[in-house]
Design a protein around this ligand. Sequence first.
Ligand code: ADP
Length: 661
Amino acid sequence: MPDPTGSGRIDDDGTFEEQRERVDYPMRRLFDEYGRANAAPLSLGLLASLVAHTIALLPPIVLGVAVDAVFLAEQPYELPLIPGAIIPETRGGQFWFSAALVAGAFLLSSTFSWIKGRGLNVFAQRVQHEVRTDTYAAMQRLDLDFFANKQTGELMSILNNDVNRLEQFLNGGLNIATQLVVTVGGIAVVLLYLNLQLGVIALVTVPIIALFTHLFVQRIQPLYAEVRSTVGRMNSRLENNLAGIDVIKVSNTENFEAERVTDSSREYYDTNMEAVRTRIKFFPGLQLTAGVGFVLTFVVGGIWVFSGPPGVLSGSLSVGTFVTFVFLGQRLVWPMAQFGQLINLYQRAEASAERVFGLMDEPSHLSTDDDVPDLELTRGRVEYDDVSFSYDGEADDEPVIEGIDFTVDAGETLALVGPTGAGKSTVLKLLPRLYDVSESTDSDGSSPECTEGDGGDSGAVRIDGQDVREVDPGSLRRAIGYVGQETFLFFGSVADNIRYGSFDADREDVIEAAKAARAHEFITDLEDGYDTDVGERGVKLSGGQRQRIGIARVLLQDPEILILDEATSDVDTETELQIQKQLDRLAADRTVLAIAHRLSTIKDADEILVLEDGRIVERGTHGELVEADGLYAKLWGVQAGQIEDALGARSDEGRSEVGRP
Ligand code: ADP
């Protein structure tokens, strides 16, 4: 097993260091966890590979015997494991018998090769599939903090490249390994058995080639690691550029970006060429070494057959045995050359397995015991009890929000307002547990007892008296609908996107929800109506259209509690008024927590909290807050001015569209 701290490891950039260090013996674990579950195709494949490669050794042996017995008539026709009774008496009969044996060996060997191919491929494909789905499922459970700190490209590369590399090793590597063991081991046994001294000469290059390969691997591994880093950098650049293509175009930076891509690609070219130069020297060198061994065997064997044992050698060597030596000696070259490839595949697979299992083992801060009860919704009362939170997870750090304390009674609306960065979104993310209330470092976990009024904790978020960390997350999120600043649309049709999360809703429900969200009109105007593909991330729709689809999605879900995060920020004033009407109707019998920059939309909220720097600085109804003449009143004053401006400009067509993306 290679040294896990060796320099030639994959991804030496350290980005996944922590995860990889957690995993001990990744390859053993791969076979333990996934090999066992797929033991049938694995053992079938390995067994068939063993048989196929063993049978492939037979023809040279039969040929050698035939030369001595049939053509030269120097020795009796004898083959190990074949009873003398079935061997024909005549030389003609023996010739055809040999031919039949050789043909049979090829036929059997091919058949077993086919079984091997099936077994190992089925095994490798199944493991690949299982590892990928397990890794994805494990990753999906992780909290958003994890995703904020990891690049998407990096995670994609684990789910794609690393998982594929495991498959390559399990299929190709295992085949090479059995071939190597059977061919080199089998040939060694046969040659040493036929003629010990010439056998030693024929095999003398094997340890040399092994050493040669070892040195090659030592040299090429760091180069490969460098190549992989440059590939990673190039991919990040390409991915980044494709995602930001519209910015590149409007900034007129095509040339600049083309140059940057050229630089990345050039870096890849240079490092790759260095690896190529090393690699292309290796294989001819290997061939040469094997060739030297082969010529040596041929010369020594030839002299031996002609004029008796040369030098210190003794005994006799028949022409047939010589022929067998020549044929089998040649067979050694290819598997030995594959040895380097095997080591390469193994090391790559090991590094990949480390990353894959590292990701699988990543602990989620949002973990909840499996046997927690479902959320029992009685009224939909939401309560924040002295909540503090910081994104790096420890309450002792500078908190992003602090001492947030409020209650929203069933069916009421609470609005959060305040400057950008005040922590409004953060407050609301704690409700569906996109993040968890921070735990102070000296607390002993998330036990509910220690969150109740105890001075050292960071509070609790409760729905109908139940701590959100103490209920099944599925039941929690079913109760909460979320309309965010950006509605993410998944690849698929408009209808699929509305139905997302309420998969058993039928067509009529979808249309009804779209109508209620004022989306029906524009959807029916689309090329294929509800079946129109939205394009990647919904780029074919405007921001306002996407938002209306998001609202329809939540309407269909029909949750008790609604979170509106600047839900109407992305639409023109006219649409906003319409949507607001729908939302008001929707909100009437639900508990609503809303964030809005446009204060007009939350004027009627039952309570308004004004946040600044993560703290509640004012609270009350619209009337009370205006009266108090604080931050809210100031904001209101500014916005009321804007509204008047906007109303004044109503007649000016298109003004209401200003600010739309
Ligand atoms: P608001 O919704 O009031 O504009 P946010 O709740 O989005 O404010 O942000 C509050 C603060 O938390 C900001 O300083 C922001 O930079 C920070 N913040 C937001 N999201 C993250 C995150 N995922 N990781 C670290 N810091 C964050």
